[in-house]
Structures are given as C-alpha cells and as structure tokens.
Design a protein around this ligand. Structure first.
Ligand SMILES: Nc1nc2c(ncn2[C@@H]2O[C@H](COP(=O)(O)OP(=O)(O)OP(=O)(O)O)[C@@H](O)[C@H]2O)c(=O)[nH]1
Ligand SMILES: [Mg+2]
Length: 451
C-alpha cells in the first residue's frame, strides 16, 4: 500500500548505502527525495515540511555511535522521524482486563464503512474477548439486519431493536443485556450522515452522556484524499476522537492520509480496512509502516540490538515458550537477531537442537537468507507473527511487497520455521537446547526450575 513511496525512498537511500561518511549535502538531498515521495502519496504539505525539519536536526552534525555504520545511523534517524510523524502508539483498540467491559463507539459519514468495520473488529477480537455488536442505526431498519447477518457470520452476540426510535435508549438496553451475557467488549455501530451536521453530533453526544464510552473511534473512507483531514478535524472539534480507522485502502488510496493523519489532527490510525471481506482489516503499526517505507524491517531495533547481546531474560522466555510449544515468528526473529551476537550463524546452528546436519559450506548464503527472513517477519502483522493460522496467498503477497521479498522466499521461511518448531518441540532435543542456553550464561538451576 506504500509501494510507490518505498520505491523512491529505497532508491534514494541506496545512494548512501555503505558510505563511511555522509555529508550534510547528501543528507539534505536524500531527505528532499523522501519529502517528494511523501507529497506524491498525498501526505499533507505541513507534515512533509515538519518531517524534513525534524529529520535534518536529528541527522546533521550528530556524532556517530561507535560500532554502528554511518548509513545505518542515518536511516535509523529517518525512521525515528517517520514514526514521530505517523504515530507512536501501537495499533488496535484499547482493551481492559477480561470481564471489565469496554464500549467502543464507531461513527462517521454515510458509507464510510462503519457497519462492515464493526463486524471486522468483532472477528478480530472474538478469540480474546466476549464480543457484542450493537446496532444503533435507527433510520434504516436494513442497517440493523446487515449487522445481525454479519454478527451471525462472525459468531458473536448482536443487539438491535428496530422498534425503538431513540439510539441512546437502545444502547442503554444493550448494556443491560451485555451484563447478563458477561460481554466484555461492546462494539457500537451508529448511523451515518451525508455530511457533518448538528443533528448527528447531538445524537452522538447523547450516546456519550448515556454510557461510559471507552473509546470514540472515527471511521473514514481513505479514498476521499485530503478531506480525510477535514472530516477528522470536524469530528474531533465537535465530540473529540480517540482514534481513526481508515477504510478502503484497497481502492486506490495513496497512503498519505494514514501517514499524516496524526500530524494533521492529533489522532492516530488504529486499523486500516483493506477490502470488503470480513478478514480485510490490518492493525496499524506505525513502526512497521515506517520500516516498510524505508524498504527494510525495523531498523531502529536493528541498531539497538546490535549494541546489546540477547538478555538472559529473553533466553529464559524463549525456552519457556519452546517448552509450551508456543514457538512463533517473534521467537524465530529473536533467534535470527541473536545469531550475530552469538558469534555468527555457524555457532548458532551448532546450538540449534537437531540442526547439526545442516551443510555448513553453504553458510554464506544462509546468512543472507536469514537477513531476508528478518525483513519478512518484520512485515508481518502482530497476529500473523503468532503463527496461529497458515498465511494465505493474499497475505503472502502483501508481506512480500512490504518486505521487498518474494512469495517464494516466504514459503521457504514458513517451511524452515515449521521445521525448527518441530525440532524444538521434541523433548530429547530440549536437553541439547538447555546445554546451549547454559553456554549463554544461564545457570543449570534456572534451567531446572523452568523444565
Ligand atoms: N473495498 C472496500 N470496501 C469497503 C471497505 N470497508 C467497507 N467497504 C464497503 O463500503 C460499503 C459501505 O460499507 P458500510 O459498512 O455499509 O458503511 P457504513 O458506514 O455502515 O454506511 P452507512 O451505515 O450507510 O452510513 C460497503 O459496500 C462495504 O462493503 C474496505 O475496507 N474496502
Ligand atoms: Mg452502517
């Protein structure tokens, strides 16, 4: 979805790759190319200007950190500035402890995708929370039916009332029902209007006065270009918004709205709708998006990690996860990160249970492959990284585009990941892993406790 920006940015960055010293002129030139790319993706001019100013002040005249190359450091500072512009908050809705009920109010203009998004969110959270959808579109009985149908499809509770003519009364009754059903997450769909008018705002305010709303989330059609900012500002001025969901990212949006919404309105993007299907929703993670734009994974983490070895705590956690057979892509990523710190791939392969039969003469290319795997995993969503479901083709294509790799490489990664998971799962091999961890400085006592 940020393909064009990524293309221009990576080609600008390639000019400074591998340089020992980057001059101020080179910094300025590179940043100007990035600014152009942002503008052509519909990022607001103000945000693009601020980006240049901030990135310059971070990069020009700064001393180099020892042991980290000049180009990595510059890219890391560009990444930081991008994240500041896009948003620092993690995506997703605010969740309270289970059984503490949250009420998320969705609102927005007509046809922006509120009802569809409500159902997508229900599906997204239904494994973690007991979800109820609530329909408050009192103007169109068909809208309530639409929600009921979607709720059935997803398999969550749904509360609607086609006879009641006051939205806040329906909401009140829904709350009572939700208590009975021990619902801990209510997602409330409201009626849309062609334009922002007093009547709509009055109705929303009435709802806000009726119940304790956890978050007010605006749903905006991203294909309207720069008007995204106006719509968001109007709603924010009138009732205050906690976050935004941008829909229809699949229908030709250039991405700029997602990148500068926070700068323009102070509200952060939480999710992006990427199609009409119930699964077409992605949590919006600013750091991941920034990495994507720079054509690489999370470079900042890369720089940080280059400075610190894998901690004992991490090793311990990883072991525990292997014992519980929860090994996921995050752990795989940590393993890859740990390679460089533990004396390269040869040593790590020696430490991997059951991996001793790998042909070590091909290690050079293995090293490269692992670097690419890292980019792939960093382009996955949080949910995908948990490896709870197989990646379908459209996900693979998205990840391949985001990480500058190919579906073929993703398939290879999936294969290797499954192999590693299996190897690690067997208890016989566990002892070997325990030994390796001991080599890393964990005491046998710690291991015994864990095992
Ligand atoms: N391509 C695409 N279509 C979407 C997306 N989200 C919603 N839609 C479509 O947009 C249209 C309107 O969606 P609704 O969910 O009914 O919108 P709404 O905001 O509830 O509309 P009103 O209740 O009339 O105000 C439907 O045809 C949806 O399928 C998206 O992310 N991508
Ligand atoms: Mg609707």
């Amino acid at each position: 979805m940020f393909d064009n920006i990524t293309k221009s940015v990576t080609s600008a960055l390639s000019k400074i790759r591998g340089k020992k010293v980057i001059t101020d002129k080179e910094i300025t030139e590179t940043l100007l190319v990035i600014k152009e790319a942002l503008l052509s993706a519909d990022v607001s001019i103000d945000a693009a200007d601020k980006f240049i100013e901030d990135a310059k002040s971070k990069a020009i005249g700064k001393e180099l950190i020892e042991g980290v190359s000049a180009d990595s450091q510059f890219i890391a500072s560009v990444h930081d500035t991008l994240v500041e512009m896009i948003g620092e908050r993690e995506g997703g809705l605010k969740l309270l402890a289970p059984e503490k009920q949250t009420v998320t109010l969705l609102f927005g203009l007509q046809g922006s995708g509120k009802t569809t998004t409500a159902a997508k969110l229900a599906k997204f959270y239904k494994d973690k929370r007991r979800v109820m959808l609530v329909g408050l579109d009192i103007y169109r009985p068909a809208a309530m039916e639409q929600l009921e149908t979607l709720a059935k499809q997803v398999g969550v509770f749904c509360y609607t009332d086609t006879k009641e003519k006051k939205a806040y009364k329906i909401l009140k009754k829904a709350i009572v029902q939700a208590k009975k059903e021990h619902i801990d997450m209510m997602i409330v769909d409201t009626a849309g209007r062609l334009e922002i008018d007093d009547e709509l705002m009055l109705e929303l305010r009435r709802l806000l006065n009726t119940v304790n709303v956890t978050e007010k989330i605006l749903v905006v059609d991203s294909t309207v270009g720069q008007s995204v900012y106006n719509v968001s500002k109007s709603f924010n001025d009138s009732i205050g918004i906690d976050g935004v969901i941008l829909t229809k990212f699949d229908s030709g949006a250039k991405g700029g709205a997602a990148l500068s919404l926070k700068y323009a309105t102070g509200s952060e993007v939480r999710f992006i709708g990427t199609g009409e299907h119930i699964d077409d929703i992605d949590e919006f993670d600013a750091k991941r998006v920034a990495g994507q734009i720079l054509g690489m994974g999370d470079i900042v983490k890369l720089v940080e990690k280059a400075k610190s070895a894998i901690s004992e705590k991490e090793a311990e956690e990883m072991l525990q996860r292997v014992i519980e057979n929860n090994f996921d892509y995050n752990d795989f990523l940590k393993q890859i990160d740990a390679t460089s710190k533990m004396g390269g791939i040869t040593k790590m392969i020696g430490m991997m249970p059951g991996a001793s039969n790998i042909d070590t003469s091909r290690l050079g290319s293995e090293e490269l492959k692992f670097a690419r795997y890292k980019f792939i995993i960093e382009s996955m969503t949080k949910k995908e990284r948990l490896a709870l479901f197989p990646l379908n083709n459209s996900r693979k294509v998205r990840i391949a585009n985001g990480s500058g790799t190919s579906v073929y490489e993703i398939n290879q990664l999936v294969k290797q990941f499954s192999m590693m998971k299996n190897m690690m799962g067997s208890t016989k091999k566990m002892n070997k892993l325990a030994k390796s961890l001991e080599n890393m400085g964990m005491s046998m006592d710690d291991l015994n406790k864990l095992m």
